[in-house]
Design a binder for this molecule. Structure first.
Ligand code: ZN
Length: 117
């Protein structure tokens, strides 16, 4: 599945999560918390002025676009790291979506970002 198709589908499924905007400090804290909880490694979380995408994922870190850090994109990029470390897979497939869903469920339960404000 291409990135666009995947993203298009998730736009409808995760509409609510895309409305939740996170702060720059929050994503760093939350990423560390999730890495500990789900037992994977995150070496960096950067926020930059990306032009052509909302986020980028590396095997051990993510970069998020400053103009739109939302809960869904954050979990999406983080899920790529997790998938890479556990399955050596970067693709947009069912496993990735399962991981995204798992991450979002955790975040929704914690409501961590809300406590920070
Ligand atoms: Zn992706």
């Amino acid at each position: 599945m291409t990135y666009l198709k995947f993203y298009q589908k998730d736009k409808e499924v995760f509409f609510k999560e895309k409305q939740i905007i996170l702060g720059e400090k929050d994503v760093k804290k939350l990423a560390n918390k999730m890495a500990r909880h789900f037992k994977f490694k995150i070496l960096f979380v950067k926020v930059k002025n990306l032009k052509s995408s909302l986020g980028l994922a590396y095997p051990y870190g993510i970069i998020l676009a400053r103009r739109n850090i939302n809960l869904y994109t954050f979990c999406h990029e983080l899920a790529h790291c997790y998938q890479w470390q556990y399955n050596k897979n970067r693709r947009h497939n069912k496993k990735l979506r399962r991981t995204i869903t798992k991450f979002l469920r955790y975040c929704n339960k914690m409501e961590y970002w809300r406590k920070e404000q």
